[in-house]
Write a protein that binds this ligand. Structure first.
Ligand SMILES: [Zn+2]
Length: 109
């Protein structure tokens, strides 16, 4: 009996489980000329598989680049925030120094 096949590459040709690339339709193998367990997992021919892997790699590369850009942006805005904090502390220190100067001057009188 012919079971319902999950893998779209697989079909029965004259009762023989046969695999064709789901992209270009080229013949991959059948249950007699190929390893059964490797055959039922295959979806692409060698050429299309290489192209799919290349696409996957390009996608991962672009995601990596995007994430890196985002991290740099976040880090830049964090630096800007720290700059403001430092500026405020600097202003506070200067104000304290002025107060000390005033106190010293009033002591000298
Ligand atoms: Zn193909």
């Amino acid at each position: 009996m012919e079971k319902k096949l999950k893998n779209r590459a697989l079909s029965y040709v004259d009762g023989v489980l046969t695999s064709h690339c789901i992209l270009c339709g080229s013949y991959i193998g059948n249950e007699y000329d190929s390893n059964y367990f490797s055959l039922i997992r295959k979806k692409y021919c060698t050429k299309c598989l290489a192209e799919q892997q290349k696409k996957g790699l390009a996608f991962r590369k672009s995601e990596y680049k995007k994430n890196k850009k985002k991290k740099i942006k976040e880090f830049r805005s964090w630096i800007d925030e720290q700059r403001i904090v430092i500026q405020k502390q600097d202003d506070y220190i200067k104000a304290l120094e002025r107060k000390i100067d005033d106190l010293e001057r009033s002591n000298q009188r």
